[in-house]
Design a protein around this ligand. Structure first.
Ligand SMILES: [Zn+2]
Ligand SMILES: [Zn+2]
Length: 163
């Protein structure tokens, strides 16, 4: 089994909080760790129901909050799709580029940014818990399509001849 370390961390978190370890909580943990990338709460709910699990929407939302608090899931507002969830591995850090055109989300890891954050926190005597970095803009495909009119959308000369 993968994610053994993460599951232990989650169980420890529940114990420390005096929260019961329920089948539903474990099922949600398994679901979010089986998903790659970013998914919204409704998609998670649908995926769990598709597996034959009887789980209520309220339970999913409540326990997603718990997973986020435990540090094992991250909730981010990525572009126009609203809040999306993704699982987090211990010690792993990545940031996002979000395309405003097609909604594509690109993940990147920058050791330079990680080092800079540590340096900034040290300088301020600040103990970091988490950070958010999101760059909004256009992906290469959308940026190409956004070339000003007259350049990109001028009809090809061959087609004009029929008019
Ligand atoms: Zn795009
Ligand atoms: Zn991500």
């Amino acid at each position: 089994m993968m994610n053994v370390r993460e599951k232990e961390q989650f169980l420890g978190f529940l114990r420390d909080r005096g929260q019961r370890v329920t089948g539903e909580r474990l099922a949600l943990f398994d679901e979010i760790f089986s998903q790659h990338g970013h998914i919204d709460a409704e998609e998670l709910l649908a995926a769990m129901r598709a597996r034959g699990l009887k789980i209520s929407r309220a339970t999913v939302y409540r326990n997603l909050d718990l997973l986020v608090e435990s540090g094992l899931a991250r909730k981010s507002r990525l572009g126009s799709r609203g809040f999306l969830y993704e699982h987090m591995h211990a010690g792993q850090q990545h940031d996002h580029l979000v395309c405003a055109g097609c909604g594509r989300v690109v993940e990147f890891v920058s050791p330079g940014i990680v080092a800079l954050q540590a340096e900034i926190c040290r300088a301020h005597g600040f103990v970091p818990a988490r950070h958010t970095l999101q760059i909004a803009g256009l992906c290469n495909r959308c940026a190409e399509e956004a070339v000003p009119d007259g350049l990109a959308s001028a009809p090809a000369p061959g087609r004009m001849a029929h008019v």
